[in-house]
Design a protein around this ligand. Structure first.
Ligand SMILES: NC(=O)c1ccc[n+]([C@@H]2O[C@H](COP(=O)([O-])OP(=O)(O)OC[C@H]3O[C@@H](n4cnc5c(N)ncnc54)[C@H](O)[C@@H]3O)[C@@H](O)[C@H]2O)c1
Length: 221
């Protein structure tokens, strides 16, 4: 489950719409592979369990609108969504904390496909510093300030909770402008730094709760 720091500033595109867009994109890519040239918002909505008006509104942010009766042309919509979401430009990122989660992220091919290329990682553990994981060199965190001139603005935070704020401070001092925070700590940053909190476990909690409620309802009948 993800939660941004949009409280600090009001952004043009609402976060729920942005979160739905990668799902539309994945759906459209399947449609394209099946040879569909056109698709209607009603079809997208029906298959994805979203309201058709919501689909039209969300997709309008890309600047593309559907045609009466035929709907959206699939390929141009895929292009527009990828451009809009920034998935076609590959941004460079640094990773902080090359432990179990950090390494899993380094092994994920999806990140690059979605426009994020991790070029360096930082850690304090002598058993990982100096090594490479899937071609990404692991440096000591103390060397991070020397890398400032590389102009990398995106940082992934996967350090233990106790170090989260301290490492986040270092990241900001070193020029990081957007932090993808996987730690459960609500880190404090200046207003002009984007923080995106992500937790697999929050989704798990929702799944447990929904399953529990469904089973409770079944018991009643
Ligand atoms: N968001 C999620 O869904 C999710 C899932 C798993 C873990 N987590 C969180 O991610 C973080 C990492 O979890 P993990 O299981 O990978 O832990 P881990 O202990 O395997 O890895 C943490 C790494 O950070 C390094 N580290 C410690 N202090 C550091 C510092 N000051 N600077 C740089 N590196 C430092 C450690 O040496 C280690 O390699 C934790 O905060 C955990 O709660 C979140």
């Amino acid at each position: 489950m993800e939660e941004g720091n949009s409280k600090k500033k009001s952004f043009l595109v609402p976060e729920p719409a942005l979160r739905r867009m990668p799902c539309y994109l994945a759906y459209l890519k399947i449609a394209s592979r099946q040879g569909d040239r056109y698709i209607s918002s009603t079809n997208i909505a029906g298959d994805m369990g979203v309201d058709p008006t919501q689909v039209t509104k969300d997709l309008a942010y890309t600047g593309i609108s559907g045609k009466t009766r035929v709907g959206y042309e699939v390929e141009p919509l895929i292009d527009a969504l990828e451009d809009f979401l920034g998935f076609r430009i590959v941004d460079q990122a640094f990773l902080f904390g090359a432990g179990s989660l950090g390494r899993a992220l380094l092994h994920d091919h999806g990140l690059k496909q979605y426009g994020l290329n991790v070029v360096k990682a930082f850690d304090i553990d002598p058993s990982v510093v100096g090594r490479e994981i899937v071609d990404v060199p692991i440096h000591h965190i103390d060397d991070f300030k020397l890398m400032r001139e590389e102009g990398v603005e995106i940082g992934i935070l996967t350090v233990p909770t106790e170090s989260a704020q301290q490492v986040a401070n270092l990241m900001v001092e070193g020029g990081i402008r957007a932090i993808w925070n996987f730690t459960p700590v609500r880190i404090k940053t200046p207003d002009n730094v984007v923080v995106q909190n992500t937790s697999l476990y929050a989704h798990l909690a929702v799944m447990f709760n929904r399953l529990h409620e469904i089973k409770q309802d079944e018991k009643k009948f």
